[in-house]
Design a protein around this ligand. Sequence first.
Ligand code: ZN
Ligand code: MN
Length: 509
Amino acid sequence: MSAATHLVGYDDAMAAFDPVFGIEVHVELNTKTKMFCGCENTFGNEPNTQVCPVCLGLPGSMPVTNEKAVESAIRLGLALGCSIRESSRFARKNYFYPDLAKDYQISQYDEPTCYEGELEVVLDDGTVVMIGIERAHMEEDAGKNTHVGGTGGIQGASHSLVDYNRGGVPLVEIVTKPIEGMGERTAEVARAYVATIRDIVRALGISDGRMEQGRLRADVNLSLRAKAAPGEDQSAVPFGKRSETKNVNSLRAVERSIHYEAGRQAALLLAGEPVVQETRHWHEDTSSTTPGRSKEEAEDYRYFPEPDLLPVEPSREWVEQLRASIPEHPAKMRARLREEWGFSDLEMRDAVAADALTLIADTVAAGAAPQAARKWWMGELARTANEQDVELPELAVTPADIAQLQGLVDEGKINDKLARQVLEGVLAGEGSPADVVASRGLEVVSDDSALEAAVDEALAAQPDVLDKIREGKVQAAGAIVGAVMKATRGQADAGRVRAIILARAGVEG
Ligand code: ZN
Ligand code: MN
């Protein structure tokens, strides 16, 4: 066995060698139909119910390119700073695997639609790294194999099932150039890059980017090369042999897979053993990789032009129209909003993590103060979403509702306690906040004669309170405020009640 039985720690590996990495990200597009046929593109249906002769590769069936998928791919390419090729052909990438019904995948080879881009990636401490993009090409997804039952066979299973629903789903594959010179920040940069891609596809609205459901998948290439001698140019040192860790399906796993691979490769190199160029499988449970197949080269796939499809030839006018629809870079948008809203770093991070930025922005646009909008979405509504086990945007309340609710609080029509009851009503489908206030009769009682009567009644039950206030124990008024709130079922204006009590005691408020 290998002499390199002990892994080298990540920091030691990065100190001893110069890491070079590259990432391939596959993004599943959220088009209504598949890439080359009319089958529905939805996730999680009964296996093999969204298939047709085209995506099953039956003889005589003819593919037709999905225009919406081309539009999404071009918009993504533009957001990555890519050039858009005037004419690009699809190619057949030939290989056999049971999830690939045609025995070839329709992809793009020497003529990717989007090429030569550059993406700004902002790290947690604000450092900006430029990542070179080699290409972003269109292709179709394969089906899905599931290995089940018993022991032995593939991955310990007795047999395998294949579901072709995913076969033919539109993908964009984004390939970076080799990224050098990141040293011990390599894993952090890789993670931030994938996070940025995820943010961008969401901002473009072309994919939900959910890694846990495989809609955004990363393959992580890493190699280590010798450090240049002092005074020598590092870029003159040839790259080491790389491993490609496949289907890394969370941001954390992107980071961890690089930690593991750096340690594994460094241990081999320090023991004088070669690193084998191969694909490797990521294991989430053990945070480690195991060998897959030895890496094939492009010629193994016998790429050739797809004869059944027309070339993709987007007009320059169309490309410029699409360019005008590209949203602001997510990191820049976050920095701008944080500044405009006056949020702390922590408040901003929490809002991003809860997927609440758009909701807060829309609530602010509907007239609420940013902090008030944040408190509703990150407080009461986050709790409700958690209880109902849904995402924030799925709640039965709109940003306009929340802005109206806060407006009622600001006008003094309802207090915080009533506002929560109003929100309950809105979530229960009783209409807008104003509707619920009217139908449930939840308006704050600020009519002085009604409040004065309630205060006098409470004072009659606790006659010593006025003397205590006159002696300087102003906090004694709290008992009367509480009694009045109880008597009015929380609908009294607490500030007004307090002022009336102090007036009764002859004390300035
Ligand atoms: Zn189909
Ligand atoms: Mn691919």
